[in-house]
Design a protein around this ligand. Sequence first.
Ligand code: HEM
Length: 383
Amino acid sequence: MSETPYRPFAHVPLAVFRQMRQQDPVHFDPRMHGWAVFRYDDAQYVLSHPQLFSSEAILPGQPHLPSFLGMDDPRHRKLRNIVSQVFTPRMIEQLTPQITAVVHQLLDQVAPQGHMDVIRDFAYPLPITIIAGLLGVPAEDQDTFRSWSDSLTAANGTNDTPEARATNAQSFQDYFLQKLSERRRQPQQDLMSRLINAEVDGEKLSDEELLEFCRLLLIAGYETTANLLGNAFVCFDQYPEVAEKLRQHPEFMPGAVEEILRCFPSVAGDTRVALEDTTLGGKQIQKHQVVSVVATSANYDESQFPDPERFDIHRDPNRHLTFGYGVHFCLGAPLARLEARIGLTIALRRLQNIQRDPGQPIEPVQSPFIIGVRNFPITFTAT
Ligand code: HEM
């Protein structure tokens, strides 16, 4: 009996995207009352013209994005500059020992069993533990912190009622306001203490702005990184020769992480609103219309990526748009990359003979914004 080939991301319409890039690259979609942008060049154009395509203007019924992710310049630039004083690639590099320790702890817990669900046991706990550490959440509060975070970000399909989410949001706010006042009195060596004191041109962040930034770290940094880690295991399962090569040559891991980000972008696109009437790809865009950059399609644009459907960890250059582009380019990209490089290198070293459990169907994440899986059970031999 022939087995159905296993394609976890079969729902990602790569063939449709290819056709759209050729035939209707800036496409009006009446269902979303706006435009979808499929080609790389057009996507880059939208993201590098924030004066035309706003992150701040929102339409009725749309949720407001937290902190400066949902702002335009000059406020965006001011807040981002203050945060960038402390959220630097150098500060992130210094998290290496902490990330390494958390990865080992997580693997220690599953190693004796010889099996785990990658998503439940590894991909979600790693980024949330690192974010909790950045925010100075002590070990005894981490479980509570994680349950608020899951609820706030609706992570991995958590289906809390709106009331439960509101209560959790309030508890999160009370907890961090309390932490903020503690740190104002007694600064620590953590990100939050440094954010309290960071200033640009004499301006500091208010409590409200600090709190919003904590929310932004969760919303931008948790599920995104978790799905990157999960998608990496999906790739290793699909391309076992790549996993083997990376075991022998961990120095290829940075290239592999970029290729996973390109092919299976955990953030599938970015949304903007036109601030004035303009043209894009020969189409007339009207003021207040939504313009969605389809990063997944741009990442497969053959004018930018030769043989785009080939999974190639040596692809160079690999200027995918998964971390966005321009003024809102992901501030956490160095952290996501570091967690993935460390986490995946150690996992491949410690877990040999990784096999997906064929008895359990894999459920894709049901969201137009995220590419990922909700479960990924594997067996392995721990070394
Ligand atoms: C912004 C993707 C991880 C913090 C963004 C944007 C994208 C993105 C696409 C820009 C959105 C837009 O232009 O509208 C990702 C992906 C990640 C990831 C794919 C993991 C694989 C992280 C992490 C953090 C983080 C770990 C921090 C803990 C931020 C922040 C912004 C941002 C603060 C706002 C930047 C701004 O508006 O100027 N991210 N992100 N991200 N990300 Fe990430």
